[in-house]
Ligand binder design. Structure first.
Ligand code: RIB
Length: 293
């Protein structure tokens, strides 16, 4: 089973600050770095490091060719990653002393996908293959329709959550993988259990995975609820931890693991990611994760 991740690629400009800047404030950073990132890029890397046959589709500019090389080297098929004359997407990230972040995105080439390119790319895949999407590129709604009409299993990580999400035909989604805040905004419910119940009522043919930070993760699939505790970690940078979780969960699901095992592996992988700096570079391999068990 192939996994096509049609998603973003970003250059992450990271600034280490004592406290995240408030409106109107100018602050100095202690240090700054440039990392590979983008929810799409991070999830493709995580999928591949977790053992899945991964294809990454999307659009970068000439300044993003080093990111493409990194995906190639990780074994991700990048034959559907186009280069156009635009700037690669970027993210400006403040990380505070506790490892929490605040991210501002500039879409750049991530918003240059055309409907024809989406169609051509999906034609290469078959019913039963997985289509993974986040909300950092244009054409997400069109891709949901194309993928589901083609019989692909459509997985949506509705991140970043914005009004566009509500314009997509979410009844076509097979799996939602999202954090608590996204779950609250999608359902209007506060409590994680209510979010899962609401998702089942609203999207009866979909399954949902909810990441809950220090409270672990939960999932609902065919009326059954599953819970997973978080693994302790020394947090240095949470950027990319959710992407690591998504990639590992899906890769293990595609490999045939049961939901409890998928949740456990994904949570372990995320606990390693938060203990390392950067988004892409923090993503562990399956061997790293197995060694932590
Ligand atoms: O999820 C983390 C990612 O969000 C970062 O790598 C950044 O590029 C933003 O897309």
């Amino acid at each position: 089973m192939k996994i096509l991740n049609f998603g973003s690629v970003n250059i992450d400009y990271v600034f280490h600050v004592g406290e995240i800047a408030r409106p109107g404030q100018t602050i100095s950073s202690m240090a700054s770095e440039r990392y590979p990132g983008g929810k799409g890029f991070n999830q493709s890397l995580a999928l591949s490091r977790a053992g899945a046959e991964t294809f990454h589709a999307g659009t970068i500019g000439p300044d993003g060719l080093w990111l493409r090389r990194m995906l190639d080297e990780a074994g991700v098929d990048c034959t559907a990653l186009r280069t156009v004359p635009a700037g690669t997407g970027s993210a400006f990230i403040q990380i505070d002393a506790g490892g929490q972040n605040c991210i501002v995105l500039n879409g750049g080439a991530n918003h240059e996908n055309t409907r024809a390119f989406c169609e051509e790319t999906l034609e290469r895949f078959s019913p039963g293959d997985i289509l993974l999407l986040q909300n950092e590129i244009n054409e997400v709604g069109g891709l949901i329709d194309l993928g589901s009409r083609q019989g692909m299993t459509v997985v949506l990580n509705p991140s970043p959550m914005n009004q566009d999400i509500f314009s997509y035909d979410l009844s076509r989604i097979d799996w939602f993988i999202m954090n608590e805040d996204e779950g609250q905004r999608l359902t209007g419910q506060e409590d994680p259990e209510n979010i899962l119940t609401h998702m089942t009522k609203k999207y009866p043919r979909s399954s949902t995975v909810l990441t809950l930070g220090e409270a672990g993760a939960a999932a609902v699939c065919q009326g059954r609820i599953f819970a997973q505790k978080a693994f302790p970690a020394k947090v240095v940078d949470t950027t990319g931890a959710g992407d690591t979780f998504t990639g590992f969960f899906l890769a293990r699901l595609a490999a045939g693991d049961g939901i409890p095992a998928c949740l456990e592996t994904a949570s372990l992988a995320a606990s390693i990611a938060v203990s390392r700096m950067g988004a892409g570079p923090s993503i562990p391999t399956l061997e790293d994760v197995r060694a932590r068990r």
